[in-house]
Design a protein around this ligand. Structure first.
Ligand SMILES: C[S@@+](CC[C@H](N)C(=O)[O-])C[C@H]1O[C@@H](n2cnc3c(N)ncnc32)[C@H](O)[C@@H]1O
Length: 319
């Protein structure tokens, strides 16, 4: 292990996950938390989705970070401690490191094994960068990282339009938690997908290769393993559509027959045609998002837009 690498495991409570899953499965419509997408297979499928012609979010954001890195660094400031919730393979940060020259980097992810691999490899490539990786559910335990973070001005980096997976109210609450942890001199650099032609949005979640369908169905197998369940993925169909009133993609798994599933010590019935809501992906106009971040205590301090304003990266300072 390199000197500049630290790895912390902040274990989630299995009873909390069971309670959260059962509360969702007893609700109407039924739902499961979207963090269940990310086992090793889910992470690999997500990477493959990013390479499909239909899923332009990733390409748009990557192109922005690559071409605008110097301008982003001028706005964000150099030498900070970058904190990245849901860092995955720590790839996007790699596009900024030369320009941004952070003193430290703290990636957080629920998929602990792949996070450890990716963060350790990054630390080995960048001996001057302190890397403190935390395997954790940041929704449950974000505040527990405070004593683990290296010194320095804290800048939250939250790319990938992951903020779109929360309702606007939940997004404000999460951004306010980032704001409290970042402190009065903190920053936020965030990427989100924008409202555009509904057909284009919808296609991104219905790729021809069927990878998004496999990604959606993979959640059932992961739920089975973590929660002692017996979902049959063959008994459900992927269904994703853009809902323009809410401004969001809704991803569902629709039951193809009457069935009863055993999970987390309970039995849940799915009549044929009933849906299990697995994910939302909200889309924002740049101004809408700035207002939302404002409600969480962040003041706008920079914006970079992809072609046709299809995707935005915005920078905020503590208000
Ligand atoms: C859609 S991927 C995005 C990865 C990367 N940020 C990017 O933009 O390419 C979402 C990542 O967030 C992680 N994740 C999702 N929910 C999480 C949670 N509650 N706590 C920690 N990590 C989470 C997943 O494991 C996955 O690596």
């Amino acid at each position: 292990m390199t000197d500049n690498f630290r790895f912390h495991l902040i274990p989630a409570s299995p009873t909390d996950l069971a309670a959260e899953a059962l509360a969702g499965l007893r609700a109407r419509p039924k739902r499961l938390p979207c963090k269940l997408f990310y086992d090793e297979a889910g992470l690999a499928l997500f990477e493959a989705i990013c390479a499909t012609p239909e899923y332009d979010l990733c390409r748009n954001e990557t192109a922005l970070l690559r071409t605008q890195a110097a301008s982003i660094a001028d706005a964000v400031g150099r030498g900070a401690c970058l904190v990245e919730p849901g860092a995955g393979g720590c790839e996007k940060v790699g596009l900024l490191l030369d320009a941004l020259a952070p003193a430290a980097y703290a990636p957080l992810d629920i998929a602990g094994e792949s996070l450890e691999r990716a963060a350790q490899a990054l630390a080995a490539r960048r001996p001057g960068l302190r890397v403190t990786a935390c395997a954790m559910d940041f929704l449950a335990d974000l505040e527990r990282i405070a004593p683990l973070l290296p010194d320095g001005r804290r800048v939250f980096f939250y790319p990938g339009s992951s903020i779109g997976n929360f309702t606007p109210e939940e997004a404000i609450a999460l951004l306010a938690r980032f704001r409290r942890l970042a402190g009065t001199d903190g920053g936020l650099l965030i990427g989100f997908d924008c409202k555009k032609h509904p057909g284009r949005i919808s296609r991104a979640y219905n790729d021809e290769q069927g990878l998004t369908a496999r990604f959606n169905l993979n959640l059932l197998g992961h739920a089975n393993r973590l929660l002692d369940g017996n979902f049959d993925p063959g008994g459900f169909a992927h269904h994703a559509f853009y809902e323009p009133v809410e401004g969001r993609i809704e991803m569902h798994l629709v039951s193809l027959r009457d069935q009863t599933v055993r999970i987390a010590g309970d039995e849940i019935s799915f009549p044929r045609g009933e849906t299990l809501h697995t994910e939302n992906s909200y889309k924002y106009l740049p101004g809408e998002f700035a207002a939302l971040a404002g409600a969480a205590g962040w003041a706008p301090a920079g914006e970079w837009l992809a072609e046709e304003a299809a995707f935005a990266v915005q920078h905020f300072r503590a208000a």
